[in-house]
Design a protein around this ligand. Structure first.
Ligand code: COI
Length: 357
């Protein structure tokens, strides 16, 4: 077992009740940290109190945004076991984002071990109500004190934990989505595939305008022709058209979601034709016109499976499945959460128990 120094928090906080958590507001008492320096590599893995930290005002991340993050969850089962879901897939994606942002690769075994030891220490912070979880946020940022543009030589990695409820205030209720035709999120050859703050910064203006117009999120189209569907701000998107499940192919400008992959793998297992390909917004509207658009839903770690009840493109609104959750979205939600909360037997090696209360 990797030796990880632990410094205990002498001012532990109160663990919030599971019934009114919201998403991302509360933080557990400890965090995992590690440092990087060129020539020395990643070093000093430790668990320390969750607290403010010091960086220089000139730290490169503040000026040029060299940073990445991940989003995972720990769940509490009815038997009070703490489970993680597809951890290795998330950590491999962390390294893919690192590659895109010129951040040195992490040893996923070390980060995994640090994460598991942190969860074991903070297991009481995993909320016990179905639909809640301990959201896990690993992130890395550049710390060189320098205001020229270059790749940093020093970095900090943190993993913080946030007991959370559903990402959308409406929980599993269908969401209303604006198809964005003015702003774009990412371009081919850019950062779109990486989990990096820049992609979320790029989404804010469209998100603010969409919220004012009464929408929950925006659906991004490609940056060149504004026709090809990409993803929603915090989730990948699926369309069920005439019995076939379709999601945009990973062409570099959208995030390769782990829940997206889970949906594709489950659909195939269940004998549903599931296709990754380019799909235009015109095709979706035409399918709706012909009565062939059966379901639309998003997939994401935070959002899980989120049914889409309405789409609005250039002021033209369509209502999907009577603004109700469709049977496939429901089945996927039940199965994925069933695996995570230990109600459905895992036959694919996706779930691991890391602690018991
Ligand atoms: C996740 O689903 O984990 C995400 O990263 C979305 C988020 C920005 C809250």
């Amino acid at each position: 077992m990797l030796e990880i120094a632990v410094t205990r928090n002498t001012r532990p906080g109160n663990i919030p009740a599971a019934d009114n958590l919201g998403f991302g507001h509360h933080f557990a008492d400890h965090m995992f940290v590690m440092d990087y320096e060129t020539g020395k590599g990643w070093h000093n893995p430790s668990i320390i109190p969750y607290d403010e930290f010091c960086i220089y005002p000139s730290a490169m991340v503040l000026h040029y945004g060299q940073a990445i993050f991940e989003g995972m969850k720990a769940f509490r089962t009815e038997k009070n076991e703490i489970t993680l879901f597809r951890t290795n897939d998330y950590l491999n994606r962390f390294n893919r984002s690192a590659e895109i942002l010129c951040i040195p690769q992490v040893d996923t075994k070390v980060v995994r071990e640090g994460l598991i030891q942190l969860i074991q220490l903070e297991k009481e912070w995993v909320p016990d109500k179905f639909g809640t979880s301990l959201y896990i946020r690993p992130f890395i940022f550049a710390t060189d004190p320098y205001v020229g543009v270059k790749v940093s030589d020093t970095y900090k990695l943190h993993i913080i934990l946030s007991p959370s409820g559903a990402y959308y205030a409406g929980g599993f209720d269908p969401v209303s989505i604006k198809v964005e035709d003015k702003y774009v999120r990412a371009v081919h050859g850019g950062l779109g595939e990486a989990k990096t703050p820049a992609n979320y910064a790029a989404s804010l203006r469209a998100q603010v305008e969409a919220k004012k117009q009464g929408f929950t999120q925006v659906l991004w189209l490609d940056a060149v022709e504004r026709r090809y569907i990409e993803e929603v701000g915090t989730m990948n998107i699926f369309f069920k058209i005439n019995g076939e499940l379709i999601t945009p192919a990973l062409t570099g400008s959208i995030l390769g979601g782990i829940t997206r992959r889970t949906v594709l793998e489950l659909a195939k297992q269940w004998g549903i034709k599931a296709t990754e390909r380019t799909i235009t917004i015109d095709e979706v509207y035409a399918a709706n016109e012909k009565g062939l658009l059966e379901e639309v839903f998003g997939s994401g770690t935070a959002a899980v499976i989120s049914p889409v009840g309405e789409l609005s493109w250039k002021g033209q609104k369509i209502v999907i499945n009577g603004n109700k959750t469709g049977p496939l979205a429901q089945k996927l939600f039940d199965h994925v959460t069933g695996l995570q909360y230990g109600k459905v037997k895992d036959t694919l090696g996706w779930v691991e128990t890391v602690a018991r209360i």
